[in-house]
Design a protein around this ligand. Sequence first.
Ligand SMILES: Nc1ncnc2c1ncn2[C@@H]1O[C@H](COP(=O)(O)OP(=O)(O)OP(=O)(O)O)[C@@H](O)[C@H]1O
Ligand SMILES: O=P(O)(O)OC[C@H]1O[C@H](OP(=O)(O)OP(=O)(O)O)[C@H](O)[C@@H]1O
Ligand SMILES: [Mg+2]
Length: 279
Amino acid sequence: MLRIAVPNKGTLSETAVDMLREAGYAVRRDPKELIVPDPRNDVEFFYLRPRDIATYVGSGALDVGVTGRDLLLDSHSTAVEIDEFDFGASTFRFAGPVGEFTKLSDLAGTRVATSYSGLVEDFLEAQGVRATVVHLDGAVESAVRLGVADAVADVVETGSTLRKQGLEIFGPVILESTAVLIAARDDIDGLETFRRRLQGVMVARRYVLMDYDLPAELIEKASKITPGFESPTVSPLRDTGWVAVRVMVPRDDTNEVMDALYALGARAILVSSIHAARI
Ligand SMILES: Nc1ncnc2c1ncn2[C@@H]1O[C@H](COP(=O)(O)OP(=O)(O)OP(=O)(O)O)[C@@H](O)[C@H]1O
Ligand SMILES: O=P(O)(O)OC[C@H]1O[C@H](OP(=O)(O)OP(=O)(O)O)[C@H](O)[C@@H]1O
Ligand SMILES: [Mg+2]
């Protein structure tokens, strides 16, 4: 039975749980539930703090888990990233009072507040900058104003939290993070099915199915606009001068692709959502 760690709180939790539900797994009905057995799929879910997930997986107590790349690296766990998800994207950056810092070396001899001390210490050491890392649990943007640090290092998504505290980003990108699937090893029984199901959810969200009718002689040109995953499905119509085409298209490109197909001569262009996929 595959034992899977899922974030019980925080930014990653809701999307991770939605993905599991869409992939056909049992999810908790009440936020107090910590363990959710799913015998039908031969898996068991453990709802844990995102920050602790790498520790559980690295130690072998659990087989796989969903967490953030930044949390994985910060934990110094031996678990490894095996897949990347398309949610939870953020960057990890240094920030300081507007106008006070311009480059990484300005941090020498200063105090840097962060809740990711493992990650920040590793980075500063690799870059040869000697600074004191002040560990805080969260809301680190207040640390400068309150005088416990000169600069901060934190998760930045829109940057609005920093701006509100009179801070600005400086120096190199410490890390590009996203939600990831981590495991102690990649040859665990049942892991491939779990990965394929989650990939299927991502594909179903990212793509739409497009159907259109096309004068047969235009199929080469249309295939350049809609190449599909492998290749478009082309079926005959009763009128031999026309064909019907079915193809997957990235959801974000839907309208541009419809415009281009219409301009080429395609008609009856229909778009439908993909409910589930196994690619
Ligand atoms: N805007 C964001 N704020 C915080 N974390 C984010 C954001 N966007 C993505 N993440 C990712 O979420 C993970 C942080 O998980 P965490 O549990 O700390 O979430 P949180 O929203 O900060 O929850 P809390 O502060 O209540 O503990 C990290 O991997 C981080 O990169
Ligand atoms: O760039 P932004 O879009 O403003 O988002 C980033 C902010 O969001 C998170 O804070 P969170 O609300 O999780 O509080 P925390 O610092 O206590 O974890 C993160 O720690 C940053 O402070
Ligand atoms: Mg947080």
